[in-house]
Design a protein around this ligand. Structure first.
Ligand code: ADP
Ligand code: ADP
Length: 224
């Protein structure tokens, strides 16, 4: 049986977290969202958190070596030995090259990269209304995906907050960073015949269906 080693790629606010949560439930694979991991590190005041905070506050990418180390630790830990879902990593070509090298060392390879495609004006609407829970990183939107009770997570009851970097100025910079440093990964993975595009501008259920269909096809091809 082959494993599913998946990457969710897409601009900030495209729905990687929303869809990652669903995919993780469907596939029961370890799910590594680097933004969540980094915010946890900042909260805990770890070395990685101290290094990452200033970049995150500005909407810049944290240095490659910091985030590559974080992912390498997860891949070496054994918990991802039967597949994984990466959300928000890689975000630069050097990160993608480091991932290829790391996977090669442990005789693994990527199954697919799922690009969630969303235009910039939609991104701004999504990020401006995003709310996240303080306990489990569950994601909501004030208009598109509101919680049952305002300000409270449906799933774990924790408080919903606005992320520090979801303000107009930082959103603008995150989009610049995406187009400048992350978008080249579309060609990078297309060149490896790994890229699969999903129209992320549909409603979350339809995007989820499109991803589910894609993953079923991949599973059949991989014989899982
Ligand atoms: P990312 O992890 O890519 O930054 P999120 O999953 O956090 O994106 O989604 C960003 C915001 O957009 C959240 O407020 C989320 O509720 C909302 N959202 C996600 N997918 C959709 C969608 N298909 N249509 C409308 N809003 C969405
Ligand atoms: P988004 O909603 O933009 O998808 P994330 O939660 O994935 O946000 O990431 C938040 C921030 O964490 C980014 O703006 C960046 O500063 C940092 N970050 C997350 N993943 C990476 C990565 N792979 N490389 C560099 N920085 C990262």
């Amino acid at each position: 049986m082959a494993d599913l080693n998946l990457i969710l790629l897409g601009p900030p606010g495209s729905g990687k977290g929303t869809q990652g949560e669903r995919l993780q439930e469907d596939l029961e694979l370890p799910y590594y969202a680097t933004g969540d991991i980094l915010r946890g590190a900042v909260k805990d005041g770890t070395d990685v958190g101290l290094k990452a905070k200033e970049y995150m506050d500005r909407g810049d990418l944290v240095p490659d070596e910091v985030i590559i180390g974080v992912i390498a630790d997860r891949l070496e830990s054994g918990e991802a030995d039967h597949g994984f879902i990466l959300d928000g990593f890689p975000r630069t070509v050097p990160q993608a090259e480091a991932l290829d090298q790391k996977l090669g060392e442990i005789s693994r390879q990527l199954t697919a990269v799922i690009l969630i495609d969303v235009p910039d004006d939609e991104i701004v609407r999504r990020l401006s209304g995003r709310r996240v829970c303080t306990e489990g990183n569950h994601v909501y939107h004030v208009d598109f995906s509101p919680p049952e009770q305002e300000g409270v997570c449906d799933i774990d009851g924790s408080e919903l907050i606005v992320r520090d970097d979801d303000n107009a100025e930082v959103i603008r910079n995150r989009l610049v960073q995406y187009h400048d440093k992350t978008a080249p990964l579309v060609d990078f993975y297309d060149g490896q015949a790994l890229l699969n595009r999903v129209d992320g501008s549909m409603d979350p259920d339809r995007v989820g269906e499109a991803i589910r269909t894609l993953v079923s096809t991949l599973s059949l091809e991989e014989g899982t």
